[in-house]
Ligand binder design. Sequence first.
Ligand SMILES: N=c1c2ncn([C@@H]3O[C@H](COP(=O)(O)OP(=O)(O)OP(=O)(O)O)[C@@H](O)[C@H]3O)c2ncn1[C@@H]1O[C@H](COP(=O)(O)O)[C@@H](O)[C@H]1O
Length: 126
Amino acid sequence: MAKELLEDKLSQSADETILDRLYNVVQARKGSDPSLSHSARLLSRGTYKIAQKFGEEAVECLIEAVAGRKDLLVGESADVLYHLIVLWVDAGVTPDEVWAELRRREGTSGIAEKASRPKDVFSKKD
Ligand SMILES: N=c1c2ncn([C@@H]3O[C@H](COP(=O)(O)OP(=O)(O)OP(=O)(O)O)[C@@H](O)[C@H]3O)c2ncn1[C@@H]1O[C@H](COP(=O)(O)O)[C@@H](O)[C@H]1O
């Protein structure tokens, strides 16, 4: 293998996160046997069910946050991320697209970004 290609491969795997790996697994499960894979089962049930499950997991996550149960919040957070990835696979969104959007926002304060938005003429707020 050419040196450049090998270096490229090594830097790609160093950049790969657990979320990228989970996405690849869930993507590969699409169309497989729903009795053997929870991801395949969810994906076969369609966008409405996938969105509903994501919403439920998000609510469970916020309940643990509000209750101050940090240990349970960790598990619920993992559930939210898994179900978000199933949502991406169903919608055809790739992690790279989301990472690129996060990189684009990097270093821009949310306060400054909001202040730079065009004024909504219908907004009641000043
Ligand atoms: N991270 C997860 C993960 N988190 C949660 N879950 C499953 O999500 C399910 C949630 O159960 P619920 O009762 O809330 O939901 P449900 O069974 O759809 O019930 P209903 O809402 O339909 O009543 C459980 O079966 C969990 O095991 C997950 N299933 C899989 N993964 C990852 O996905 C990979 C592929 O999994 P399979 O697609 O199952 O091979 C695994 O190796 C894991 O890395």
